[in-house]
Each structure stands twice: as C-alpha cells, then as structure tokens.
Ligand binder design. Structure first.
Ligand code: PGA
Length: 251
C-alpha cells in the first residue's frame, strides 16, 4: 500500500536561528503519530543541525538537491555521500526552480537520480509543465517526456526508493492551484505511465505528490483524490501551524 507523504521544501529561506525556531514550533505542535510520512528540506547549511534536532521525532530530513559525482572538482556542490554523512537519506531532485534557474536538464537529472539511488537514498523526483504547455494542451506530453528522460531508466527494484512529485510550474508560489480534478487527471495519467512501463504493482505502490500553492484551506480536497498521495509544500511549509495542518489533511 502506498504511503501518504507531505514534504516541506523550505527553498532558500531560514537562516540558522530561523531554522531552529521553526523546528522548535514543529516539535511542539506535531502529533505523535501523523497519518502521513513527513519530510522537511532545509538549505544545505542547516541539514546537519535539522537532522540532529529532529532525531526521535516523526519528521525526516531531505536535501533540496545534490550533485551526481561522489566528490571532486565541483566547486560549490554537495554529493550524496556528504548528505548521508550528516544523516540525510532523502533528496529532492528536478524541482522546477532547479530546472529553470540553474539549467538542470533531464540528462543531468537522470545522473543525479542514479547517484542517489546507488546510495540507497530516497528520491523525491519533481516534474511538471509550464503555463504555455498547458495552454497549448501539451501538458501530458511534457510530463511524459520529463519522466521518460529523467527517471524511467531505473530498475524495477529501485522504485521502492522513489516518490514522484507533480508540480505544474504555473501553480508554484503563484497562489494558483491546480483544481483537485486537474491534479487527479494528471496523477492518474502518471500512474498509468508507470504501470505501462513497470507494471501495476509498482504503479500502485509509488506515492505521487502534488505541489503548487497547497495551503491549509485547500489541502484536504486535493489529497482526497484517489491518485494524489500527498503534497510537496513550499510557502506554507515555513509556518509550523500551516504545515502541520496540511500534514493532518488526510481523511
Ligand atoms: P509553493 O511551492 O507551495 O510555494 O507553491 C511548491 C514547491 O515549489 O515545491
């Protein structure tokens, strides 16, 4: 049975003091046994500290990115091995901001996916169409190609470590959410693609998250859809009460 998952992507927000404050609030307000698996993704510099502070709680820590190489002359980059050495076992890859602002291509992402999976890390693999794609009704094709070129090369056995996150670019940070019906339509399509290539069992087991302006007041109706297994949350993950309300939005 696939899991419900909510992950908070803090992006380039929160310095050390702010990170500690947010973690403190999360710990105070977190119910002991949330019905979803919960992740937070702070910036690289706060990963170790966050991991240490959240030990013994139900909140896991993810990185927002990693390089595909183990080590070497890649100034400014961080490897999977380094992430694991500070306790981080999960990484977000392919976020649309990485694709758009830092030129991450499907090819580069497929190497990052390989590196993370080789380390037995979990990958939250993000993809989604831009507004122009949806307007021209090319959104299904774009999503299909991002999946085929970024992650569909992996072995069947590796899917246990994969979480998919559909994030239509036009809904990220804009306050404009895909309707629950639009999300369901795309998630069903995605699960169908996984099923066609890897079989029904893997397709039924993989969690597919929705991301893009998920807030406390719209999470429940989005998460209620059959193929939506949770969310990747940006802005609303920066406030403990909002994030935990979203975490508790499963019926
Ligand atoms: P948002 O961001 O919730 O602020 O729209 C989502 C994301 O970028 O993962």
């Amino acid at each position: 049975m696939r899991k419900n998952i909510v992950a908070g992507n803090w992006k380039m927000n929160n310095d050390l003091a702010e990170t500690q404050e947010l973690i403190g609030d999360l710990k105070l307000q977190l119910v002991k046994e949330p019905t979803a698996e919960v992740y937070v993704a702070p910036s690289f510099v706060n990963l170790y500290n966050t991991f240490q502070s959240l030990k013994g709680t139900a909140i896991k820590v993810a990185a927002q990115n990693m390089h595909f190489a183990e080590n070497g002359a890649y100034t400014g980059e961080v490897s999977g091995k380094m992430l694991q050495s500070v306790g981080v076992q999960t990484v977000i890859l392919g976020h649309s901001e990485r694709r758009a602002l830092f030129n991450e291509t499907d090819e580069m992402l497929s190497k990052k996916v390989n590196a993370a999976l080789m380390h037995e890390m979990k990958v939250i693999f993000c993809f989604g169409e831009e507004l122009k794609d949806r307007k021209s009704e090319g959104h299904f094709e774009v999503v299909k190609s991002q999946l085929e070129n970024g992650i569909f090369h992996i072995d069947r056995a590796a899917w246990k470590n994969v979480i998919l996150a559909y994030e239509p670019v036009w809904a990220i940070g804009t306050g404009e959410t895909a309707s629950p019906e639009q999300a369901q339509e795309m998630h069903e399509f995605i699960r169908g693609l996984v099923s066609d290539k890897f079989g029904e069992e893997i397709a039924e087991d993989v969690s597919i998250l929705y991301g893009g302006s998920v807030k406390p007041d719209n999470a429940r109706e989005i998460f209620a859809k059959a193929d939506v297994d949770g969310g990747l949350i940006g802005g609303a993950s920066l406030k403990a009460i909002d994030f935990l309300t979203i975490v508790n939005s499963f019926d």
